[in-house]
Design a binder for this molecule. Sequence first.
Ligand SMILES: Cc1ncc(C[n+]2csc(CCOP(=O)(O)OP(=O)(O)O)c2C)c(N)n1
Ligand SMILES: CC(=O)[C@@H](O)[C@H](O)COP(=O)(O)O
Ligand SMILES: [Mg+2]
Length: 650
Amino acid sequence: MSTPATPRPVTPLLDAIGSPADLKALKPEELVQLAQEVREEMIDAVSTTGGHLGAGLGVVELTVALHHVFDTPADRLIWDVGHQCYPHKILTGRRDRIRTLRQGGGLSGFTNRFESEYDPFGAGHSSTSISAGLGMAVARDLAGGKNHVIAVIGDGAMSAGMAYEAMNNAGAMDSRLIVILNDNDMSIAPPVGAMSAYLSKLISSKSYVSLRHLLKDLSSRFPGPVKRAAQRAEEYARGMVTGGTLFEELGFYYVGPIDGHQMDHLVPVLKNVRDHGEGPVLIHVVTQKGKGYPPAEAAADKYHGVARFNVVTGAQEKGKPNAPSYTGVFAKALTAAARTDDRIVAITAAMPAGTGLDVFAREFPARTFDVGIAEQHAVTFAAGLACEGYKPFTALYSTFLQRGFDQVVHDVAIQNLPVRFAIDRAGMVGADGATHHGSFDLCYLCCLPNMVVMAPSDEAELVHAVATAAAHDSGPIAFRYPRGEGTGVPLPETGEVLELGKGRIVRNGRGVALLALGPILHQCTLAADDLQAHGLSVTVADARFAKPLDAALLADLASRHDVLITVEDSARGGFGAMVLTHLSDTGALDGGLKVRTLGLPDSFIEHESPAKQLELAGLTARQIAARVLDILGHAQPETGSASTGSATPA
Ligand SMILES: Cc1ncc(C[n+]2csc(CCOP(=O)(O)OP(=O)(O)O)c2C)c(N)n1
Ligand SMILES: CC(=O)[C@@H](O)[C@H](O)COP(=O)(O)O
Ligand SMILES: [Mg+2]
C-alpha cells in the first residue's frame, strides 16, 4: 500500500524570505526556526526530484548563518562540489524553482554562475573552492575592494591535492580568505586516509570550544601586524598540544572546532571573523551529514544521492531494474577474474559504491585501494603497482579521470605501463549534467601512443573487455562504459580475450555503413531497421576498439559502401576523428566515399533525462536515420518509426 503524500511543510519565516537581505534582521531564535523550515522545505523538495540530500541537510544551519552574517552576493560564497547547495538556493531567490532541481530547464544540482549571481563559482567536481576563492580574494585586493570571500569545503574534498596546493599558496599570499572546513566525517563513503584521521584527532583532542573562550581567543588572535609573528610562534607551540598545527603551518589561523548545528556558536564566530583579522583563516565546523532527517542520519552514505523518496518512510522509489547495470557487471567480472589471478588489484578515488568496487572489496579487501578524492594520485599509484608486476584496475568516472590526464600521459603511457582504466559513466549521465558527462575520454585517450581504448557495446561485451584488459600486459588499456542499466543481453560465464583492434559486423547491407562505438550501437541497429522501411540496406558494425582501429574492417566498409557514418556518444575529436584520419591517410577518401562523424555537439549539454539528452545530441535512432536520408538526398521520414530503445543509460 502506498503511503499518502505528505502535506507541504508549514514555513512562515521562510515564506517571508525573498533574498538573503531578509535574513539580516532576524533574531537568534528566528534564525534557528528558519533553519528548521529550510530543512523541511529541502526534504520535501528532494523527495519529489531526487538529488543530493545528506550533504545539504548537514549545512542548513551553516547556510542560514552565512547568509545572516555576510553580505552576499557582494561577499563571495563558494560551495565546494556544490552538491550541498540546495539550502543556499532556497535562500537566494530560487525557492520557487526548487522542485525543478536537476530536471530539464530547471535548477542545476550544483552551483552555477549562469543560474544566479549568488553562485560566484560553478562546481560539480571537488576541491576547487579554495583556489577559486583565493583568486577572487587576490582580485579584490588588486582592485582595492573590501568584500569577503568564503569557501566552504568538506572533509572529503579536503583529501584532494588541489586543496593543499591552494592552501599552500594562500598561506604565502596572506590575502584575507575565509575557508570553512565542513567536517561531517563522511565523503560519499566513509572517509579514508591520514588527513581524515587527523581531523578526527583534532576534534577529539579539542572538545568544542566554549563560546566564551572562543570569542576571547578570537579577539586576542587577530592582533595588529606587529604582534602577529610572535603570536604565530606561540600558536605553533600550542598547536603541538591542541592540534591546530597543520593549518597554522600552512599559514591559516585555525578556529574551532565548533558545532555547526548550533546557531548561537556559528553566528558570533562568523561575525568575529568577518570583523577582525587579516590573512587566511580556517574555521573548522563539525556537522552531521543528513542532519535532521532520521533515515539520512542513520545511513549517510545511502542518502548522499537519492531517488525520489517517501518522506515518512524514507523509502526511495528506485524501480525494478530491467537489466543489470554496467557498473555491476564490471564489478562481478573483475571479481571473478581476480579469483584466478592474484595480481589483479583495484583502485577507486572515493567512489567504492559508484564504481562497484565495494563488491570487489568484499571479497578482496586487501587488494582494494580507496585513495580518497585523488584521481591524479590514483593513476600514478596504479603506475607504481604496475611497475612491480601487479595488474591495477583503476576504476574512475570518465569525468573525474580528466583530473589525472597528465598522469595518464606522463606516468603511464610514456612508460608503457600496463595500467587498466575502467572508465565508468562514459557518455552523458542525465541529472548531474554538464560537469559530470563522460564526454571527453575518447578525445584525450585516443591520441596517446601505447594506449588501447575499448568501448563495449553492451554488458556482455563489457565482460569481454574486462578479460581483455586483464590479459593485456604489454601496455595501458582503457575500456569505457555508461551509467545505468545494460541492454539485458545474456552474460557469458567467463569473458573472452578479444583480439586487439578487431571490430565486428553485426548486420550486412549495401550502400550505407554505420560504424558504432559503444552502446550507441543499439541506436544504430534501430536506425538501420528504420532505414530498411525506406528501402535502404544498411551495414552496421561494432568497432569495439577506438584504438587501435580495425584497418581491415575500415577498408572493407570503405570499399563496399558509398556512405560511411561513425557514431559515438562522445565529443567529436575522438573515435570519428581517428577513423577519418585513417581513411584519409590510407587514400580511402580519394574515390568519393562520403564520410560523416556523429557524436556530441560542440556545446555543454545540461541536466536532463538521459533520453532527452540523447535527442539533444542528435543521436537517437530516428535522428541517425534522418541524417542518413539527408546525406542520400532522400525525403525525410514524417515521424520516424525508430524508438530510442533501451540502450539509453538510466
Ligand atoms: C574530482 C571529484 N572526484 C569525485 C567526486 C565525487 N564526489 C562528489 S561529493 C564527494 C564526497 C565529498 O565529501 P565531502 O567534501 O566531505 O562533502 P560531504 O558530501 O560530506 O558534505 C565525492 C567523492 C567529485 N565530485 N569530484
Ligand atoms: C556530486 C558527485 O559528484 C556525485 O555524488 C555524483 O553525483 C554521483 O553520481 P552517480 O549517481 O552517477 O554515482
Ligand atoms: Mg564530508
